[in-house]
Write a protein that binds this ligand. Structure first.
Ligand SMILES: [Zn+2]
Length: 255
């Protein structure tokens, strides 16, 4: 076994064996990873307090062939202010769950790591935590390969004008009013909401913050992006299952 020091954010954990825990962490160096923390459910464990979900922690890992073992853990940021506010806890759980469900153990992704840790900091510190969450949704879509098309109509290719539009989950972007009125299953998206999406898509967080997010637009985007992300996840989760099924059928057919 070799040792490696990593910085990580704890996504979730489950009890394992007598006194151990299995943890899903998202590390800066290795991306998403499952690790074992031994003895952390014993009352006097020194590591336990450092390994709660949504803590940013420095870990020393003994890397085995299968699972890595946590040999040291030191919390860098427990986002304490966030934990005292249930709405903020809700936001943090939401962004963690999204990242967790959109990623596999596929190696380093520094962009995703930064987005997650910075968004936790914003939710922890900022007065209007919703702003950071709306920004996160747009950037996450980019980083996991589902960047929505917001400049041209995904149906006819016409440039999107400054008016209310439609959004197609299936085609992954904006549909102009001409096409949208004929298309089934599209959602309306207002011009102010679309303006925010486009602004977030091309801006870093400091630039993004120059825009004001009204509560009406926040609400609209929460519904639209929440439904879109759910749609993508359902589609994304069905395909591996489908693949497993057809592989099984193909294997049986060979015999
Ligand atoms: Zn069109």
């Amino acid at each position: 076994m070799r040792s490696q020091r990593v910085e990580a954010i704890v996504l979730r954990h489950t009890d394992w064996g007598e006194a151990d825990r299995l943890l899903w962490v998202f590390t800066r160096e290795l991306g998403k990873l499952q690790v074992v923390a031994k003895g952390v459910r014993k009352p006097r464990s020194r590591k336990a307090g450092h390994l709660e979900p949504f803590t940013r922690v420095e870990l020393l890992l003994a890397r085995g062939r299968d699972l890595s073992i946590v040999t040291q853990a030191e919390a860098k940021d427990a986002y304490l202010a966030l934990r005292e506010d249930l709405v903020r806890v809700g936001y943090a759980s939401y962004i963690i769950e999204l990242l967790d469900r959109f990623t596999y153990e596929e190696g380093e992704n520094i962009g995703l790591y930064r987005l997650l840790s910075e968004t936790l900091t914003h939710i922890n510190k900022e007065k209007e935590a919703a702003f950071a969450v709306r920004y996160y949704e747009v950037r996450l879509l980019d980083l996991v390969g589902f960047r929505p098309q917001l400049i041209h109509c995904v149906n006819c290719g016409a440039e999107i004008k400054a008016e209310d539009q439609f959004f197609s989950f299936e085609k992954g972007g904006v549909i102009c009013p001409r096409c949208g009125s004929k298309e089934a299953g599209v959602r309306p998206v207002s011009m102010p909401a679309l303006r925010i999406l486009r602004h977030f898509q091309r801006s870093n967080y400091a630039e993004a913050q120059r825009a004001r997010l009204s509560s009406a637009v926040d609400h609209e985007l929460e519904n639209l992006m929440g439904s879109y992300l759910t749609y993508l996840l359902e589609r994304g989760l069905n395909s591996p299952e489908f693949l497993r099924c057809v592989r099984k059928i193909a294997e049986n057919g060979d015999q």
